[in-house]
Structures are given as C-alpha cells and as structure tokens.
Design a protein around this ligand. Sequence first.
Ligand SMILES: NC(=O)C1=CN([C@@H]2O[C@H](COP(=O)(O)OP(=O)(O)OC[C@H]3O[C@@H](n4cnc5c(N)ncnc54)[C@H](O)[C@@H]3O)[C@@H](O)[C@H]2O)C=CC1
Ligand SMILES: O=C(O)CCC(=O)C(=O)O
Length: 525
Amino acid sequence: MTKKILVTEDLVQEGIDLLREHGCTVDFLIDPTADELAGAIAPYDGLIVHPNTVVDAALLAAAENLKIIGRAGVTVDNIDIDAASERGIIVCNAPNSNVISAAEHTMALLLSAARRIPEASASMHAGQWRRADFMGSELYGKTLAIFGLGRVGGLVAERAAAFGMNLIGHDPYCSPERALHLGVTLYDDLAPVLAQADFITVHLPRTVGTRGMFGADEFAAMKDGVVLVNAARGGIFDVAALADFVAAGKVAAVALDSFEEEPCTASPLHEFPNAILTPHLSPMTHEAQRRASTQIAEAVVAGLAGGMVATAVNLSPLPPEVLDAVGPYVPACRMMGTMVSQILGRTPKSLKVELAGAICDADPAPLVAAVLDGGLSYRRIGSFTAANADAVAARHGIALTTSAVRDAQEYASSVRLTADGIEVGATLFGTEHTPRIISLLDYKIDIAPARCSLVFEYVDAPGRIGTIGTILGEAGANITTMQIGTKPEDSCALVYMNVEGDVDGAVLDRLREAIDLRNLWKIIL
Ligand SMILES: NC(=O)C1=CN([C@@H]2O[C@H](COP(=O)(O)OP(=O)(O)OC[C@H]3O[C@@H](n4cnc5c(N)ncnc54)[C@H](O)[C@@H]3O)[C@@H](O)[C@H]2O)C=CC1
Ligand SMILES: O=C(O)CCC(=O)C(=O)O
C-alpha cells in the first residue's frame, strides 16, 4: 500500500525523488503552526521535520497512523522522543549529513572573528577604505578550547590543528585515546580551560547540563580578548550576560550561528559590530542538504518497510523474536547503566553484559545499547540503538563484551552488568516486568529501585540502620523500602534504601560522619 509522507521543510529534490521511487506520496506543509500540523497529520505514515517544527505529545496524539519521524539533520531536540517511543513511532536522523559543513562554518566564524572580516566588508560597502581599524590576529600558535569532542568537535580539532593552534578541551565522555588522536589536551574542570583559551568553540548538545553552561562567572574567568564561537545550539552561552562582557571589551569578538529562539531577529548582541551573527548557516551547503535529504529518505523508506533503521535514535525495528526475548529487559538494562555510571562517577571504560537463563540465546545487542544509553545519560534516551552501540562505544573508548550462561541461579532469567569492576544484576518481576536488582557489588539483594536510592556499604554492626534512619528522619527523608545484603566471606553489609524527600550533600556528609562507611552513593534513576 502507498505510504503517505508529510514534509515540513524544504527537502532537497533527491530525497523526495527517492521517497517517490519507493512508492510514497509526498506532501509539503512548510513551517506550519502547531494547529495546522495537528489538523493535517492524521493520515500520514511518515513525517520529515525541520528543527523548528515542534513534535510534542499533543501532536503525536493526533498522529493516528504515524510510524516514523525523520530529521534531515543531526539534532532531534525538537521531538519528544519519549512520547514517540511510547506510541511505537521510530525517530531517526541523518547524523553525519551536515557535520563537515558545521565544522567548516565554525572555522569560517573563527577566521572571520580573528580577521574582523564582516566589519571590514561592511566598511567597504559603505564606501570606506580603513585598514588600521581592522587589525586582526592569527590563529597560528593560539590556544583553541573545544567543548564537546564528538563528531563536529573532532572535525574542528583536525582543522584547527592544520592552522597550528594548540588544542585544549573539555568533554567528560571523550576517551583519552580519542583526545590523544585529535591532539587535544583534555581537562576535567572548566577553570583551567577558560583560563588558557584565546578562542573557545562549543560543540555540545543542548541539555539541562549545557543550557547556560557559560554565564557571567565563566566569561569573567576567561582571558581578556577571548573570542567565542557557538555553531552548535543556542542557549549554551547566556547571551544577556555575554553582551556585558562584549560591551566591556573583555570578549574581543563573538560569533553565533545558533540561537535559543529561531528565527532570531533581535538579541542583546545585535548592537555590537564585533558580534558576528549568522542565521543557522552551518548546515546550509549544497552537499550537506543533499546528504541530509537522501539519508533521511533512505531511513524513512527502510522504517516504513519494517527494516532496520541504522540512524534510529529510539526504537529500531527489531525482528519480533528478538523483541519478544529481550525487549522487556531494555528498561532494566538502561537502569543498570545509569546505576553503574553514578557509582563510578564517570563513564566506564569496560562493560560486560551477561545474559543468564531463558534469555541466554537471545541477541544481546539491544541490551548493550540500553546499558550504554543509561550509562551515558547526558544524551537523550535512545541515542544508542542496537545498530550503532558498538561504534559509539568505541568512539567513547568503552570496551564492550557480552556473554551468556544457561544457569540463572534461582531466577528464570537475569542480566548481569560489570562496569570497571562494579557489578549489578537484575531480573524482571511479575506480569508488569518490573525491574528488580538482585545483586549489587556481588551482594545478594532483591529490591525494585525507586527514583532516589541510597546505597551504603559498611562493616556490619548493631545499631547502624537505626542511626541512618534517625539522620534521614531529621532531614525529612522517608525510607520507603530497604534491603540488606551480606556476603558470607565478608564482614561488610550493603544496604539498598529507597528514599523520598530531600537527601542533599549535607545529609550525606552527616551519614558519613556518623558511620564508618566503606561507601555511600546516592542514585537517581
Ligand atoms: N548548526 C548545525 O548545523 C549543526 C549543529 N549541530 C549541533 O552541534 C552539537 C554537536 O553535534 P555532534 O558533534 O554531532 O554531537 P555528538 O553527540 O557527536 O557530540 C557531542 C559531544 O558533546 C559531549 N558532551 C555532552 N555533554 C557535555 C558537557 N556537559 N560538557 C562537555 N562535553 C559534553 C559528548 O560527550 C559528545 O562527545 C549538537 O548540539 C548538535 O545539535 C550538529 C550538526 C549541525
Ligand atoms: O538543517 C537544519 O536546518 C539544522 C541543522 C542542525 O542544526 C542540526 O542538524 O543539528
């Protein structure tokens, strides 16, 4: 049967031709309002959207036939991926389509700012010939700080290295091997990076952690005369605060290609000649647009045919037998990934996933993807799929292994994850498939974790639980469930406590003072 695709952006013709060659009908509704789109969406099987098209839960509720949403570019932060997943709708993108163009535009902005090209060009257009006013600086020998060393950040590093720049950076998820390969000296903290950089460029996703990551305190900590570039996502620099530093001359130039609200026609930076502003031009090359169009058309065609969508950011259609076997374990594996990364306090270097019991013959790939998804939780849910998990793990320097054993001890089936020596095991309980933790750090326990939990490990002695209960009670935190695990060969106990209420750093410090703890972790799921 013919599939109906709705497109809300100016997709290059090649992609449209490809969709039609595969029997799809293609309709356009460019830049629709939310009401227009909600009114039109019901009959469509596929939707290809512009980053400014908001695809939220309300729209998806009206999308009765929708099976796949495509983004002809990298970022999918305009799409409610969780709501799409709940409705079984695949969300996919074209992740490599425009990254070269984005990296080249970043270089163009760096050079334009360093050599004051927009100001000089504007003066020529005004009939002037002023050379001394536009004294610039070389990139050669200067220090460039790159925040985010993923696809675009890595390409910028390679290009800046060719200009003879010293490269420093910050990316808590970048492996030392990748940084070494790119010639970037990585720092865990922002302070030394801000203090050294002559030029700063950000290639970060816009997340709760990166929105407003650079505000007045960070600008004040930068070198006098620093140049700032953002061709990633608006909102990472606090533009209102930045304007004060541009006005004061602390920031010599700023170049922005992405804005919090787009289209953007006014901002606190518009008044400054040394603020270079481009209207999200990074992906606007013939090459990037052609790649984006054809890559997204291929993904949509594959998804609608029930095939593997290699660039799916949430569900990748798995064969029904794989889905039946491992699908219910996906939330448990995501939860285990989140737990171990919080216990380690960093990205693990090695992950071993062991399937036991009835699932031992199943394909572990979707579960490995779920573990990574939880473990690298700066990303939106679903960045890892069975198709891309190995490649992305390799880029983050994570060694993956899987194994299977037929004996799941007293459970029908279970999954065990070991990350840099931290072990956690889980099984599913009841018809709702509720994930339960059945072991942690090799202590045997059995608990369904809540959103906030405390995990204590200490030398077992009478009265400890009472002390913990008193301190938490005084802080207004309520213990809702608790499990104590012991190891026959060890004098220590592990207590897994689900808590409600405010357990802040001060409460954790009080607990550490009151009890001689081997370990205490707060885990937020
Ligand atoms: N303007 C444009 O046309 C384009 C913009 N983009 C944007 O550029 C950004 C980067 O894109 P890609 O390189 O494709 O993404 P990516 O996912 O390959 O890389 C992002 C990197 O940021 C790092 N990161 C995440 N949180 C961090 C934090 N708090 N501090 C430091 N590093 C952190 C990650 O570890 C990762 O290495 C994204 O925001 C994307 O939306 C990407 C392509 C085109
Ligand atoms: O294609 C576009 O207009 C936006 C591209 C972009 O920002 C992205 O792919 O993340």
